[in-house]
Write a protein that binds this ligand. Sequence first.
Ligand code: NAP
Length: 483
Amino acid sequence: MTPLSSLVAGAIDLGAVLLLALSLKGLSRVRSARAANGMAALAMGLAVLGLLLQEQLSPTAWLWIGIGSALGGLAGQITAQRVPMTAMPETVALFNGCGGMASLLVALGVALFDSAGSGLTERISIVISVFVGAITFSGSLVAMGKLQGWIGTPAFTQSRLRHVVNLSLAGACLAGALLVPAHPGGWALWALVLASTLLGIGVTLSIGGADMPVVISLLNSYSGVAAAAAGFVVASPLLIVAGAMVGAAGLILTQVMCTAMNRSLVSVLFGGALGGAAASSGGDGDQEYTRITSCSPEECAMALECAERVVFVPGYGLAVAQAQHALRELAKLLEANGTQVSYAIHPVAGRMPGHMNVLLAEADVPYEQLVEMDTINPEFPRTDVVIVLGANDVVNPDAKNDPSSPLFGMPVLEVNQARQVFVVKRSLGAGYAGIRNGLFELPQTAMLFGDAKAVLNGLLSELRDLGVGKQAAAAPVRTPVAA
Ligand code: NAP
């Protein structure tokens, strides 16, 4: 390689790292997230280009890399376009698994086919990359299977899983220790692959379904660690930096999710494997309610017509019903009537971090109307009407008031402080945590049963019948509760 092409390749690598760092920063804000995603894709493209320029590759190798990149890019694009938002956690799990598998294969390739003698750092990196890569691969596939409902974990398997976890951890440590002193290869390498794969399966299988999104975020972090280790194996600074950034970002997100769900990481990871109570699943959601008030869209529309401040609380059910566009229409109509409209966003509403932000952004809801939990909670006592749309756990007042509730301690949207609350859902069924919701029985709450989209369309036509929005041009539009 000439000094010039080496310089160009180095500059491309540096550009890719900078773009990746900027894209991670951009992903933290809804407004810049789309551009940041494009930036990350560009960084990946540059990384491949840098590799092609740096190495003395044969035409066959160029061909394979080209075919691999094209097929991978196409598969990614098709998946991103076809997968519904509600299935995103499973998709992320699958992608994490692919990342873990790639790092595992890189390390195996060097261990098996690189005949040059390897140094201590390289040998340790191979062991880490195989260990973490295999755990990420098998754990992510199990997580995906559990979220899809393909795999369950019957209670009687919990104690056996504990043995699998203990034995495979011991086996992986032993095999890893044998591999460090000499050039990795032989039966110890395959023993490490097998033990690490079993460890990933055992740990993930024993975790309750309610905690699976947290596990996926953690596995995302693992895939970064595996990639960073693979970077040491093939001496790629780009891979090391990118892997470290993904590892750190995944870990921070895991911590944020644990805090928002009032769970500790240790209880998420080992609650099942250590034989403790599985996550918040299987509560008393089917317990009977005795003081339920239900109402019709007409009654709700009349309350909305008179309201000065309305807060919508979107939840998982809104995503299931794909009712975000109908909600935006309703909000526009109310704004035209002079009503102040905001959307209360709980950090773990839906099934993945940022789920509600993305859903509402699809319907062009202005970003400044999305209000975070800590900012909107003090505003509820001054709110005339709250409409809870397919949300359940994130508005459960028992999380604050009932020490016996499995949700106790989880920060929630305090909608019970508002003057009037309408809860839109199809039945009195429980949410993700599987427990009853004291909000439904409060005197200020009325249930509006039905699919969120159908109910919102019903409200729209009731309001139009009442003449709301006709005076749109004349009515002043008030500003939202808070930015
Ligand atoms: P939720 O507690 O799961 O409740 C969703 C509600 O939507 C259900 O009670 C369901 O009631 C209703 N629903 C479903 N389909 C509907 C439809 N078509 N129309 C109207 N309603 C519909 O949702 P959430 O309040 O958003 O809470 C999220 C939960 O997920 C929390 O427990 C959180 O800890 C957990 N979680 C979230 C994340 C994350 O990152 N976001 C990660 C891990 C876990 P019906 O069946 O009666 O309609």
